[in-house]
Design a protein around this ligand. Structure first.
Ligand code: PMP
Length: 456
């Protein structure tokens, strides 16, 4: 298929793969896959294998693979103007149009968008801006950031610290001292199984209040959270969680950053997760779904209240000293414009809502009663199945059994890509928004077969 038959060798000799067990890869124990093409919900590899990608790459190819409209927009922009920067008042038709399209879709109180390249750098930008904001307001002590255990916010120094998963801290000297973690709103894994959802929310709120009292509200700048936890286990929040958290933050003058890198632009069946769960953020992080990963692009959408302080800061201090060469890159912005148009034209947010509900029902029907299926959960097209040794006590399998990895491999053998999440025996599903009922049924049926093979 491909002309170059040295790819395996070159790959092993030269390519430092992210998030990979490097020694196992070098020993040849991790299969190499060279991906060559994709159409709608499927990808294809160099050996001609076709897979139904039920995780949209890294939950980012939201409109599906092979969209001609986006490819054309990228090509046209590359021919016309591949690059110009966006410093000191410069822009392009694509970047200015995209900023307007984003604000047209964002909650009403949002005001401006700062463009980056990845979810990680957008969150790094957010924390810098939050510190700047409190310095302009003459509150130099108010700098700590609260994040949740199991949250995922990126792999940079600050964002890796915000991420509440040990794997991303181990041996990297993280987390940095300005970051403090609080409880994850993970109702299924609550300590006290007798707790109602409302009691569990009260428990999370108490934990947050205690943390704020202990540290001092005058030292805490912001709280960052994904509307629904992503990499930490794909967990929608319990009913009433966000309004209750928001009330505590408002009372203590702590900003809220909604990390919508996964949920932004439709994954939960609404344009933003903030509106889905009743959050009123000061900053919203966007990335993946902004271009459906046809080009790297992210953004920080800031509220009018926040923006006013940034403006005031530049009057006092001078131009804002924060910029990336590739901010608002015209080719990525053109991809973003075409992507958001396509989402509207094909009513893909509505489809994510409808097919998401259908998919969850199909999963429940196919596997919901299995003795090792503890929880089938999700909103829109962000779903997970959590596996347990025992359903009543919710005991974990022994870690070395690596149940979710075995299930993930069994499913892959049947031509379906899921994701074994890094903590717990959790399989994640986040298919493209163009998923059909037939494909949803296929994933559910093949998962049923995979469970029968691995767990009996
Ligand atoms: N925030 C969230 C919620 C994410 O899921 C991710 C990536 N999975 C990031 C931030 C980081 O984005 P990136 O990998 O583009 O840096």
């Amino acid at each position: 298929m491909l002309k170059n038959d040295h790819l395996d060798e070159w790959d092993r000799e030269n390519f430092f793969h992210p998030s990979t067990h490097l020694a196992e890869f070098a020993r040849g124990n991790i299969p190499q896959r060279v991906v060559t093409g994709g159409k709608n919900c499927h990808i294809e590899d160099r050996d001609g294998n076709r897979f139904l990608d039920a995780f949209s790459g890294l939950y980012c190819v939201n409109v599906g693979y092979g969209r001609q409209e986006i490819a054309d927009a990228i090509a046209t922009q590359a021919h016309q103007l591949a690059y110009y920067h966006s410093y000191v008042g410069h822009g392009t038709e694509a970047s200015i149009t995209l900023a307007k399209m984003i604000l047209d879709r964002a909650p009403d109180h949002m005001s401006k968008v700062y463009f980056g390249l990845s979810g990680s750098d957008a969150n790094e930008t957010n924390i810098k801006l939050v510190w700047y904001y409190n310095n302009v307001l003459d509150r130099p002590k108010k700098k700590k950031i609260i994040s949740r255990w199991r949250g995922y916010h990126g792999s940079g120094l600050m964002t890796g610290s915000l991420t509440g998963l040990k794997l991303f801290h181990n041996k990297f000297d993280l987390p940095l001292s300005q970051v403090i973690h609080t409880e994850a709103p993970y109702y299924y894994r609550r300590d006290n199984l007798d707790q109602s959802e409302a009691e569990f929310v009260a428990h999370c709120v108490n934990a947050l209040e205690e943390l704020i009292d202990r540290e001092g509200a005058d030292t805490i700048a912001a709280f960052i959270g994904e509307p629904a936890l992503g990499t930490g286990g794909l967990v929608p929040p319990p009913e009433g969680y966000w309004p209750a958290i928001q009330a505590v933050l408002d009372k203590n003058d702590i900003l809220l950053i909604a990390d919508e890198v996964v949920t932004g632009f439709g994954r939960l069946g609404t344009m933003f997760g903030s509106e889905h769960y009743g959050m009123k953020p000061d900053i919203i992080t966007i990335a993946k779904g902004l271009t459906s990963a046809y080009a790297p692009l992210s953004g920080s959408i800031v509220s009018e209240k926040f923006w006013k302080v940034l403006e005031e800061g530049t009057d006092k201090i001078g131009p804002i000293g924060h910029g990336w060469t590739y901010s608002a890159h015209p080719i990525a912005a053109a991809a973003g414009v075409a992507n958001l148009k396509l989402i509207d034209e094909l009513k893909l947010v509505q489809n994510a809502s409808e097919i998401g509900a259908y998919f969850k029902k199909a999963l429940n029907e196919a596997i919901g009663e299995h003795i090792n299926v503890g929880d089938v959960r999700g909103d829109g097209l962000l779903c997970a199945v959590e596996f347990v040794q025992d359903r009543d006590s919710r005991t974990y399998f022994e870690a070395d059994k690596k149940v979710s990895y075995a299930l993930n491999a069994a499913l892959l053998n049947r031509g379906v890509i899921s994701r074994a999440m890094p903590e717990g025996d959790i399989l994640g599903f986040a298919p493209p928004f163009c998923l059909t009922q037939k494909e949803a049924d296929e994933i559910a049926a093949k998962l049923q077969d995979s469970i029968a093979e691995v767990l009996g």
